[in-house]
Design a protein around this ligand. Structure first.
Ligand code: AMP
Length: 458
């Protein structure tokens, strides 16, 4: 082994543990993380499932900008919500305008619906997104400062059947991902502009004189966002919330009927639910139906996603009165649950073949061979550096390829190639021009990775 080879193989063999112990000069800010290739296999799979289910249901994809004018969020989500009051990444641009990284997508989608005049399209307009979001939350397990959500909105129609469809779609996606059984569907109605204000007055009256038993945050909530008193996680606040007046007793006739219809349709679809009078969601824009999928063991702490109806939002943001409903789920939590359930996803990145070569003449033959193999749908990696055959074979082993093609000096001279079965350790020599065909036979026709975007263009 040459000096160079020795150094090369040493670098390849560097113990991963050792590498981790060397503190790098630059690290990600708190609460954000790289999505490394192994995790991307999960992200890709989740995205595929989401896109498939939503396409099937007639939804079309939308991406709103990563940042919007801050007003888009304050106006829609509500100044007293946790998101607006303490979790937004807000900054000034060079012209002193206030911008905010999107903490959720409904506000941006609604802004886009109005700005792009989507009310003239056949209604309802059904849109979905798969996007990064940003919240200045306290980082902890399942809670990050940049995270991905997929979600969808049905804008332009109000009917309990649509709310139920949106719940059913969410359940279908979780089921496709193999984790639906971990979650319970929590359901509530938070009324409308007619009945909710009356209930809020009753609720405030109930809390009058009990302020001392509340956590510091809930003390503020009484005036600013009384509904949130119901879903505080602090034990003392929860005790009071359990005995507080229930919104269901104050729903107007229309909301009551609407909610009963939602439940009836859910039963029709055999979707079981848990009526949860304390589920409020926390954003100002919701009306009537709200729902979340809670972890059976952890409850709200690890909700995978939630949604509901928001009939007043389009109008609130300057559009015509337009009912709507939607859902959003966190992809990091979905993936964490899939891993916990030991769900494995297709590993499409695994290589089929490694091509090892020796010297310039061999490289000249390797380059077109590698291109041909890839063209034929064989996932191929070429070791085109200066390492010896031995070093290259060790690399092939590390990449866990089932086959290696070796083009040494003899093979180049004789017009052949060696195909080595890496698992069994045997090898055979084939005519160079038959190499691709031989490899396809060994890998299996059905395993080829072929995509011809050119053919799809018209
Ligand atoms: P929300 O609209 O706030 O209920 O969020 C919907 C879903 O997005 C949650 O159920 C989580 O799965 C996910 N999510 C929300 N905030 C975060 C965060 N900071 N980090 C990771 N996932 C989040």
């Amino acid at each position: 082994m040459t000096d160079h080879d020795q150094r090369y193989s040493k670098a390849v063999e560097t113990d991963e543990e050792e590498a981790r112990n060397i503190k790098p000069p630059y690290q990600t800010p708190k609460g954000v993380h790289d999505i490394l290739p192994a995790d991307h296999e999960y992200y890709t799979f989740v995205k595929k499932v989401v896109r498939h289910r939503l396409r099937q249901a007639g939804f079309r994809r939308i991406s709103t900008p990563i940042f919007e004018f801050t007003d888009v969020f304050t106006r829609s989500i509500g100044a007293a919500s946790d998101i607006v009051s303490k979790e937004m990444y807000t900054f000034k641009d060079r012209k002193d305008r206030s911008l905010t990284l999107k903490p959720e997508s409904t506000a941006g989608v609604v802004r886009s619906y109005i700005e792009n005049n989507m009310q003239v399209l056949p209604q309802p307009v059904e849109l979905y997104y798969i996007e990064p979001h940003f919240r200045y939350d306290r980082p902890q397990k399942g809670r990050y400062r940049q995270f991905y959500q997929f979600g969808y909105e049905i804008i332009g129609e109000s009917d309990p059947a649509l709310d139920v469809q949106s719940i059913h779609l969410a359940w279908k996606i979780l089921d496709d991902l193999g984790i639906a059984q971990i979650f319970t569907l929590q359901l509530n109605s938070i009324g409308c502009q007619v009945c909710r204000p009356q209930y809020v007055t009753v609720l405030k009256d109930f809390y009058f004189g009990k302020e001392r038993s509340l956590c510091a945050e809930c003390k503020h909530r009484i005036d600013k966002n009384a509904l949130r008193l119901l879903d505080c996680k602090e034990e003392d606040c929860q005790i009071l919330a359990q005995i507080a007046p229930k919104l269901s007793d104050y729903l107007c006739q229309e909301c009551k009927q609407y909610h009963n219809d939602v439940k009836e349709f859910l039963t029709e679809l055999k979707l079981s639910y848990n009526e949860n009078p304390n589920l409020v969601r926390g954003l100002d824009y919701y009306t009537k139906t709200v729902f979340e999928f809670w972890d059976r063991t952890d409850g709200a702490q690890n909700a995978i996603g939630g949604g509901g109806r928001y009939d007043g939002l389009v109008e609130l943001m300057g559009g015509p009165p337009t009912p709507a409903c939607g859902f959003a789920a966190g992809m990091e939590r979905i993936i964490a649950n899939m891993k916990r359930e030991k769900i494995r996803v297709p590993k499409k990145d695994d290589l089929h073949v490694f091509v090892a070569q020796l010297g310039k003449e061999s490289k000249k033959k390797c380059l077109p061979l590698i291109a041909q193999l890839r063209e034929a749908g064989i996932k191929t990696m070429g070791a085109l550096g200066k390492g010896s055959i031995k070093v290259q074979m060790r690399l092939a082993d590390k990449f866990k390829v089932p086959y290696t093609i070796i083009l040494g000096l003899t093979e180049v001279r004789e017009g052949t190639a060696i195909i080595r079965d890496m698992q069994v350790g045997t090898q055979k020599t084939v005519p160079f021009e038959d190499t691709v065909e031989e490899i396809i036979k060994l890998i299996g026709e059905e395993k080829r990775d072929i995509y011809s975007p050119g053919e799809a263009i018209y």
